[in-house]
Structure formats: C-alpha cells, structure tokens
Design a protein around this ligand. Structure first.
Ligand SMILES: C[C@@](CO)(OP(=O)(O)O)[C@H](O)COP(=O)(O)OP(=O)(O)OC[C@H]1O[C@@H](n2ccc(N)nc2=O)[C@H](O)[C@@H]1O
Ligand SMILES: Nc1ncnc2c1ncn2[C@@H]1O[C@H](COP(=O)(O)OP(=O)(O)O)[C@@H](O)[C@H]1O
Length: 278
C-alpha cells in the first residue's frame, strides 16, 4: 500500500508576543490559516511499507535539505516508533515546494504529515490527542497543521484551538529567496525591544483578525534586506505583513484584480522573487 499526504504552508494572520518565558520560549497569541488551496506551495509526503526506513527528498526546494535524523519527517517517525514500541520500516518520499526559512512552516507541516501518514500506514490507532502531544514535542508550529483550517495558537503556539473559518482576503505571498532563522529572530526581540503585549481583542463574528506581526522589527534587524520586499508591496497598494519570522511577506489587497496586477508588476521588476496568489 502507498499513501500520499499533502503538507500545505501556513499564514500567520495575527502574531502577538506576550512575553518571554522562563524556559526561553516566548508566550504567543497566533491566528494562523493553513493554506490548503495553493497547489504549487505544498509539500507532498508519500510512504509505503519497506524493509527499512528511508527518506528521499526531491522537488524545487529540496536541494540542501538533509534526509538524516535531524529532518523533521524522520524525527516525527521516531516518535511514532516509540509510541508503537516497534520499528516502522517504510520508504518515504518527500517532494519539497515550500521554501525553508521563509516563515511558511514547511518543516512543521512535513512533520505533521509524517505523523498522520505513519499512523494510517501502520494502523497504529493513535488518537488525535496522542498525535497533538507528539506534534508539540517536535515544534511549536507542528500541532496547528494537524488541525488545519484557521487555528488559534496559545502558549508557545503549540496549544491549538480550531477557529470558525474566516475567508482570506486577496493575498499575494512574496518570497525574496532569503533564509531567515527563527531562533535568531526571537533572540533579536531583546535588541529591538519587546512590543507592548496586546492580546487579540474579541472579534465580531466572521471578521478577519487584525493584520499584525510582533516579530517584524526583530526580523528586519536580523535581515535588513527584508525592507525592500515590504516597500515593493507598499508601492503596489498592498498592506504588507511579514510571514512569521520571515523571509516571506504577505500583501493584502482590496480586490483580486489589484492583487493579480501587482503580481505581474512584481514578477517583471524582480525576476528572482517567487510569488503565489492565495
Ligand atoms: C515564528 C513562527 C510563527 O508561527 O513560525 P516560523 O516563522 O518559524 O514559520 C513560530 O513561532 C516558530 O515555531 P517553530 O518553528 O515550530 O519553533 P520551535 O521549533 O518550537 O522553536 C525554534 C526556536 O524559536 C524560538 N521560539 C519559538 C517559539 C516560541 N513561542 N518562542 C520562541 O522563542 C526558540 O528560540 C526556539 O528554540
Ligand atoms: N522536512 C523539512 N523541511 C524543511 N525544513 C526542515 C525539515 N526538517 C528540518 N528542517 C529544518 O527546519 C528549518 C526551518 O524550516 P521551515 O519550517 O521550512 O521554515 P520556517 O521555520 O521559516 O517556517 C530549515 O532551515 C531546516 O534546517
């Protein structure tokens, strides 16, 4: 039996930093939407039972990514093996399309996909709660991908609650080909000064969350070149929002036509940048 699971990217539509915790992590409030409708911004994980565990990586963003014990897919698999108390030998194939270090959660999404794939492939019978606990040990962003849809994230982001879906505005994602490290951005919060903690106010039914990311100043400190993307989006009439810890930006437009027009202009001016319509 061969099983294939899609691993979509995510968009943090609201990210508030509420403080630094004793364990060094930051207390967050997040509203994140899993982008399951953007086919060219999705990784794919395929698996079949085999003699031994192996992972093959391909795809446009697969280059340079190692398929060893540090890969989040293998780390997720080892957790499944520990829960099953037996080896789970399988041939895994990961096709990468989500850029890494872009704030789009590709590695976290792959980890969540691996948990779901292994549970089904070997009929382990792990409940959603078990998978959520395992996901939280792999990374703060992994549990939200198990829920899908639009998710409220609390604590370090790993305590997740499904939210009523709020349609996405016309959005253009722009990736300038830069890699930004998440830990370095959280560390830089100390240099730029912590933002005033402002939790999400209760929202009217069906309203989109405020377009806010408290990591923006810290990410610009780590990678000043990010400012050029923000300015370019501004010049096309968008409200720009940094994706997580960067390096991707999301531009929000008044209409799909304005978004599509901006996409054409940005592609002409910056042929090295990648764009996706959401
Ligand atoms: C910023 C966000 C927003 O969704 O996404 P990305 O930009 O990475 O996609 C997340 O908080 C990234 O979550 P994730 O990438 O899973 O982080 P983890 O592996 O748990 O932690 C990596 C490092 O980030 C810092 N970290 C992470 C989460 C958090 N609430 N506080 C932190 O200080 C810590 O230094 C930690 O060592
Ligand atoms: N399967 C994977 N896909 C992508 N990155 C991975 C994977 N496994 C481990 N990593 C590591 O996680 C880092 C962060 O990747 P990713 O989650 O895609 O970006 P971001 O944190 O910006 O959303 C990468 O630079 C890489 O070193």
């Amino acid at each position: 039996m061969v099983l294939t699971i899609q691993a979509p990217a995510k968009l943090n539509r609201f990210l508030a930093v509420l403080g630094r915790r004793a364990d060094g992590f930051h207390a967050l409030e997040l509203v994140t939407t899993v982008l399951d409708g953007v086919s060219d911004l999705m990784d794919t994980l395929e698996g079949a039972p085999a003699q031994a565990l192996s992972l093959a990586i391909s795809g446009p963003t697969g280059e340079g990514l190692v398929a060893d014990e540090t890969n989040l897919v293998i780390r997720a698999w080892r957790l499944l093996e520990a829960a099953a108390k037996r080896p789970l030998p399988a041939a895994l194939k990961l096709v990468k399309r989500i850029p890494h270090g872009a704030g789009l959660g590709g590695g976290s999404s792959d980890a969540a996909a691996a948990l779901r794939l292994g549970n089904r492939l070997f009929e382990l019978g792990l409940a959603d709660g078990d998978l959520l606990r395992m996901a939280a040990t792999l990374g703060s962003d992994v549990p939200l991908f198990l829920l899908g849809g639009t998710v409220l994230g609390l604590d370090r982001g790993e305590r997740v609650f499904p939210l009523r879906p709020v349609p996405l505005e016309p959005i253009l994602l722009v990736h300038p080909g830069l890699h930004v490290s998440t830990p370095s951005v959280y560390r830089a919060l100390q240099d730029v000064g912590y933002p005033a903690p402002e939790p999400l106010a209760s929202q009217p039914e069906g309203a989109a969350p405020p377009w806010r990311n408290d990591l923006t100043a810290a990410a610009l400190r780590v990678c000043p070149a990010l400012a050029e993307v923000r300015e370019t989006l501004h010049a096309t009439g968008a409200e720009p929002l940094l994706c997580g810890s960067g390096s991707c930006w999301a531009g929000r437009y008044a209409s799909p036509a304005a978004r599509d027009d901006a996409r054409r202009r940005i592609a002409l001016q910056n042929p090295g940048w990648k764009t996706w319509s959401v």
